[in-house]
Design a protein around this ligand. Structure first.
Ligand code: XMP
Length: 514
């Protein structure tokens, strides 16, 4: 028997995937589908469907060509929960009225329960905070529906008097909704009677079958970076198709100490797949020579990387698919970049490879969040040093050598970084911080070692804590720990005589220095 299933019909809310993820966290398989899906297709595709959620969305249900839903889904005998736009759609379709509100509600609101006995509100205390984001509201309830909660400005939740149809105006899926998680749980387990019978192992089984089916007898190539996402994607695809997968690992010379060797050894040990190391160190150093401006460096690194990958890809005549470790936050981020948000830094690995490469994309992790990706990695047998790795920027140490990149400075930086990161592991601190690294400055300062004057480089250590990498605070690393790291760096790394610790938050700083 399939695990129990829930689907979310997507009307374009920025929270739709988050909602889907919350449901998976509660142990129920959930999938986001287009709002255009018909009741017939739902019946044919989902054999153990227990619930349907109509998501939020930016439009208004009373607009002339507003997105709607196949009304026959209400005859499937399956519980429905409308969230925000979804609630308004239920209201409109069942004969109520939705209009533009004079008091728009954006942000936190207090939820007053009008029917605390409703299944949706089991274990929910009155007057908890919920997150609202709407400009329209219900002005007339549809017949056979009752109001079960309100906020100061609107009807906040409704329920059909006989059928298991519910609607909420607020976003239960965001953490600002204090008891949102319990409400979703109530919908899943009390209203839909779903079972918490889904986990990442099922995801793997499902994806492996899907990859096998899609790829058939064709070949796949994947650019391996050694980071979490591309590693997990490679592991998953290797599990499905073994040697039909070829990973290309480009040694740009801007990787961490010994990274190229470690990746090659580890991957050859762990997986059945082809893996090809391209040594392009010289090429990158040459291209970067004399260039100091960060965006110029990024562009050069990105372009060279793409050229090398292209050349390798062209050699693989039979490859039909290009696999990428795209994960859900990349999808949001790159679509945000596509609109009006300003480019602070051009992340070359988002948005990817040139169009003239005629590959079909294979992105098996596209709907997962980072911690889900890590869990998949663990289940596939990747060890913690891969799965719990901090993010590493696409341009690598190229943006951590401030100013012009030279082989000498990269070498110094690799040693410094290795000491800092190893010490974090030793002190069991690595997993408690979100990202830690070192940067080398284009400045020499005077110091004294033994009885001699030194004139060497300054390096900066940075460690941040963050949830989404959009904002971050510097980690309060223990003073003794920092002192021990600094001592080891000064004693062991030639060319460095001063170490500073960066305590700038983001904003105003960014995480990387360039
Ligand atoms: P910033 O420095 O913008 O970094 O605060 C936020 C996160 O993005 C990483 N980063 C990059 N990742 N290509 C990448 O793939 C890049 O060019 C790049 N620049 C920054 C950074 O390490 C942090 O995790």
């Amino acid at each position: 028997m399939n695990p129990t299933q829930l689907i979310i019909l997507d009307y374009g809310s920025q929270y739709t995937q988050l909602l889907s993820r919350r449901i998976r966290e509660l142990g129920v398989y959930s999938e986001v589908v287009s709002f255009k899906i018909t009741a017939k297709a739902i019946k044919e595709t989902f054999s153990n469907l227990k619930g349907i959620i109509l998501s939020g969305g930016p439009a208004s249900v009373y607009e002339h060509d507003a997105y709607t839903v196949d009304p026959e889904i209400f005859d499937l005998n399956i519980p429905v929960l409308g969230v925000c736009y979804g609630l308004q759609l239920l209201c409109e379709l069942f004969g109520g009225k939705v209009e533009q509100a004079t008091n728009k509600e954006f942000g936190k609101a207090v939820l007053h329960l009008d029917d605390a006995n409703s299944q949706l509100f089991a274990d929910i205390k009155d007057q908890s905070l919920v997150w609202m984001s709407h400009a329209d509201h219900i002005t007339k309830l549809p017949p056979n529906f009752q109001q079960i909660a309100h906020s100061q400005a609107s009807i906040a939740a409704i329920k059909h008097q006989e059928k298991p149809f519910y609607g909420i105006q607020f976003h239960a899926e965001v953490t600002h909704s204090e008891q949102g998680g319990t409400m979703l749980k109530n919908f899943l387990f009390l209203v839909c009677q779903a079972q918490p019978d889904w986990n990442m192992q099922d995801f793997i089984v499902k994806k492996v079958a899907e990859i096998k089916k899609v790829v058939g007898a064709d070949q796949v190539i994947l650019g391996l970076s050694g980071g979490v996402d591309s590693s997990v994607a490679a592991a998953l695809i290797a599990k499905a198709i073994g040697k039909q997968l070829t990973c290309i690992f480009v040694d740009t010379g801007l990787l961490r100490k010994n990274e190229a060797n470690q990746v090659m050894t580890k991957y050859q040990e762990l997986f059945t797949m082809n893996i090809k190391l391209v040594d392009a160190k010289e090429k990158f150093f040459k291209a970067l020579s004399g260039v100091a401006e960060p965006e110029a460096k990024r562009k050069i690194i990105g372009k060279n990387f793409v050229d090398i990958f292209n050349d390798e890809a062209k050699k693989m005549q039979k490859a039909k698919f290009l696999a990428q470790g795209t994960i859900y936050p990349d999808v949001i981020e790159s679509s945000a970049h596509g609109h009006s948000s300003k480019t602070i830094k051009s992340h070359h690995n988002v948005g990817g490879l040139p169009k003239e490469l005629k590959f079909e994309l294979l992105e098996p992790l596209r709907n997962l969040f980072k911690d889900e990706v890590r869990e998949v990695g663990r289940q596939l047998g990747l060890d913690n040093t891969i799965v719990d790795r901090h993010p590493f920027p696409g341009p690598g140490l190229g943006v951590r050598v401030i100013g012009e990149v030279t082989a000498e400075k990269v070498k110094i930086l690799q040693e410094v970084d290795d000491i800092f990161i190893s010490k974090l592991y030793e002190a069991n601190l690595y997993q408690t911080v979100s990202q830690a690294f070192a940067t080398i400055l284009p400045v020499k300062t005077v110091g004294v070692m033994g009885d001699n004057r030194t004139y060497d480089y300054v390096v900066a250590l940075r460690s941040v804590n963050t949830i989404d990498f959009m904002t971050a605070t510097a980690t309060h690393l223990p003073w003794d720990f920092l002192e021990a790291v600094v001592n080891e760096i000064i004693n062991k790394v030639d060319g460095v005589n001063r170490v500073v610790y960066d305590i700038t938050s983001k904003p105003p700083g960014t995480i990387e220095w360039e």
